[in-house]
Design a protein around this ligand. Structure first.
Ligand code: FES
Ligand SMILES: [Fe+2]
Length: 365
């Protein structure tokens, strides 16, 4: 889909269309953004340059030079006379500060007076914590809106650098990717590897859910008896699975004092492409030994989901109505309610009120 198409659908609130705005989107790992480097990303169909100044500050600008549209990310850092760092466009050397203001147009001669500071590149607010960089995507492109809430933080970011980072892109809208990841009923059909579970052992499940932040959690519980992967952790693991808007899902496992956090971040590239970043932190000794196994396992899971998305696209291209069946699809319904409430509360300028009611959901899987 062309970028223009992705843009026109931005405020569309139908399932599988548009994007949530005035919210933090995961953009990159801190470790991807090296000091003095610029990088190009596409988020919600917009080209975004993420940079880290030589002094270590992360910032984001629209990756289109206001002169003649060259990507600023293809430029470089330069040092102004006063010592400040700016980004130099690769085409004609116009320079921009981290706030997006133009600081110099090298082609101007002395008596060509021009207030270069009035030329601005759109700036995005960024937040960096726990080794993650988030970008605030405001509803109005022209408004450099201040974030109305702090960027999300997660429990269980332990053991130093992540033990595993895996990236993939799904050829689908973020809504389908989110619902695909939270869907409890596809496991026995899509993920049949022996070390995870046996296809034959479908059980009736009953899990307790409660509202949390801009999302919900399957509250801490013992993993299902037909899930084998937890066995490598030994002890008596407890797990809690949480989701929050716009597309963050994490599983936090505790085994005594040890923890594992598996965080999945979904970031829309455009209307029909979603970037998936999976990050695992842990201070559990099993990771020292089993890291390659765990990495291969996580990758197999994501790949199977991606293949199913491709199959599903064969049907979705006819824009069919979708059926949501309780209780297995209740989380998908909550996701849609959360999105509606997020948009309504932003439009009405009021606090978000979580629409999810505590519930015990039951399904076979
Ligand atoms: S396109 Fe950037 S300076 Fe000309
Ligand atoms: Fe899956």
């Amino acid at each position: 889909m062309a970028e223009g198409d992705a843009k026109t659908s931005r405020s569309d609130t139908r399932f599988g269309q548009g994007f949530l705005t005035d919210i933090w989107y995961f953009a990159a790992l801190s470790s991807e953004l090296k000091a003095g480097k610029l990088a190009r990303y596409e988020i919600l169909g917009e080209p975004v340059m993420l940079g880290r100044s030589p002094a270590g500050q992360v910032f984001a600008l629209k990756d289109i030079c206001p002169h003649r549209a060259a990507p600023l990310s293809a430029g470089r850092f330069t040092t102004e006379a006063g010592g400040a760092q700016s980004v130099e466009c690769p085409y004609h050397g116009w320079r921009f500060g981290a706030d997006g203001g133009c600081t110099a147009i090298p082609s101007l001669v002395d008596d060509q007076t021009m207030d270069v500071g009035r030329i601005r590149v759109r700036r995005y607010q960024v937040a960096e914590s726990q080794g993650l960089v988030f970008v605030w995507m405001a509803s109005e492109a022209r408004r450099e809106a201040e974030p109305t809430e702090p960027a999300p933080t997660f429990p269980g970011v332990v053991g130093g650098a992540p033990k595993l980072v895996d990236r993939m892109a799904f050829d689908s809208h973020i809504d389908h990717a989110v619902v695909g990841l939270m869907d409890p009923a596809h496991g026995p059909y899509v993920h049949q590897q022996w070390w995870w579970r046996s296809a034959k052992s479908q059980h009736e499940k009953a899990k307790r859910f409660e509202p949390r932040d801009a999302g919900f959690s399957m509250v801490r519980h013992e993993p299902s008896k037909n899930s084998r992967a937890y066995a490598v952790l030994g002890g008596e693991p407890l797990t809690e699975i949480s989701f929050r808007l716009p597309g963050l899902r994490w599983e936090h496992v505790t085994v005594g004092k040890r923890q594992v956090l598996s965080l999945t971040c979904l970031t829309p590239v455009h209307a029909t492409k979603t970037r998936i970043t999976q990050i695992i932190w842990s201070d559990h000794p099993a990771f020292a030994l089993l890291k390659p196994l765990i990495a291969a396992g996580a990758r197999a899971f994501l790949r199977q989901d991606g293949e199913m998305v491709n199959l599903q696209n064969q049907g979705l291209k006819y824009d069919p109505a979708l059926l949501w069946v309780d209780d297995a699809d209740r989380q998908a319904k909550w996701y849609q309610q959360l999105k509606r409430e997020w948009t309504a509360s932003r439009n009405e300028g009021r606090p978000f009120v979580n629409p999810v009611e505590p519930a015990t959901l039951r399904w076979r899987s």
